[in-house]
Design a protein. Sequence first.
Length: 665
Amino acid sequence: MHGTIRNIDIQPPVHYDTHHISFSATPELRAGCTSDRWNQIMISIENLSKGFAGHMLFDKAGFQINSRERVGLVGRNGHGKTTLFRIITGLEEPDEGVIHIPKNYRIGHVLQHLRFTKPTVLEEGMTGLPEAASDQAWKVEKILAGLGFSLLDMTRHPSEFSGGFQVRLNLAKVLVAEPDLLLLDEPTNYLDITSIRWIERFLVSWPHELMLITHDRNFMDKVVTHTLGIHRNKMRKIKGDTEKYYNQIAQDEEIYEKTRANDEKRKKEIELFISRFRAKARLANMVQSRVKTLSKMEKRDKLENIKALDFSFRYEPFPAKQVLRVDNLAFGYDLKSPLFQKLSFSVGARERVCIIGKNGKGKTTLIKLLAGALPQQQGDIGYHPVAVKGFYEQTNVDSLRDARTVEEEILYAAPQVERQLARNIAGAMMFEGDNALKKISVLSGGEKSRVMLGKLLVTPTNVLLLDEPTNHLDMDSCDALLSALDSFPGALIMVTHNEMFLHALAEKLIVFQNEGVSVFDGGYQRFLEYKGWEGEDPPAGLSAPANAAEPAIKLNRKELRRRRSEILTERAKVVKPIEKKIEAAENEIDANEKKLLTLNEEMLLASQTGDGEKIAKLSQTLHACQTVIERRFDELEKLSEELDAKAKPFDEQLKAFEEAAEIGQ
């Protein structure tokens, strides 16, 4: 049966040629969002099925997107996320199913082909503007600037830019087109960290609907209101972030397996009773009753074990405290304008160093120098004599040979690698069995990235140098990589734009910004608080309120303590009531979650005994309990935001007094 798509009106400027979305939540956009739109179902998908070459992606799956929902789409690579986007946009047909979309509803997405018709970046960006706003160049300038284009860049021809920046230009054309539904498939892949932070802030205020695919869990969780997952050929949508979604899936599958095991046990007991007493005339009625019960019992298949990426880096023992020292390093492809100079730092034997900054400033060049992939020009890079480097470069996939198999690439990655070790590592990279014999030529970008990781795993190392290792990995693979890096006993030097990795791993930062490079001793959160990114608002808590710090410096210690006490008292009056509400919400959530566990256990018992009446009552109670939890979580989120906002002025004043006290000592 061919798929059918009904009630779709695809506007000519929308998806097939240009790319549609608006990053600016303009007054005009907000005015267009009437209050009655809040509760409307904008997209409804029913009984959707799609498969390729005998592999089913989703089977009779469905979901709805309501007005103004921002939905994160999760699922493993190859499970159908991008295919679902293509079906929604009409670029691909489902095997069966129905998609309901309102008339005149515009869908915007970024196409990967690069075709430009205008002489400058700005003029090309303006081709995405709606007809009614075709002369509003300022909207395009704002979005291009947010995506990393300078004013000079906007006057250049699009063909002068790298492929990554050309994709950004396509994204900008989508952003200015102001569609009703914005589809973004891995938008962070070609963005640097400052552009990612900008697009994150904007999407939070996006006034229409949004569907987002990204491997960056931190980015997704900050943007979305709901999470939609493709899991075991079905789709499930919940309110909340990815952690809440995965916890719910794990809980549901645990309950399913317990129920299935109990059903199997009960079924065997009934079968044993029937076989033992079938010939007993006086027990005929009881036997027949159990035969009927057995015929009505639903067969639950055991859940198939889903293979997860699970690996660890092999470690070569290292005897010293310091693995690397860099002194006065400088480099430039054009000697008149070096990328960086006078860069000095050291790396401890177990230290995690992250290299961060905008694209094109020298991050990849630096890590290539440290790895020995580029010759030095000025300065010194000194490794300990027993240091063993392992280097992963984002363009290294080009070094893979199409004619080789996955197993062969890993086997030939280093001397003295045995076939069994190569096969084991291929399995850890999710190339099990015959999949390890796949040719490189047939692999996707994500699969090739896993092969590169597999090659890195073959040889024991004590220094890992990684250049954007999360590109082309799905969210589950990123989680596995983060765990492996966290457990690695050696040193780590990594280029990344992924803020979840930065928050979890970084102990020292090499920061490219303000037309230079600097070393920051401390984690990423401390960097955001004390330095922050160029062009963003000053870090919260650093800028004291007007006239707060200067008078404090002139006060003696006794007066400082008195003033500090007054601020704390005023702060308590404002925040204490909110904190009590937060505590009450947390307590009610905790109580209901405990109640939920008890109810689930009672549901299992009721299922075993076939008590339909009790199952119905428990279902109602479970639903009510879950409703309370969700409502209180929403309240908790709002209360937390209110607490932060009201506490911030007092905290800034306190910090100003503390700094003044230190100066006065």
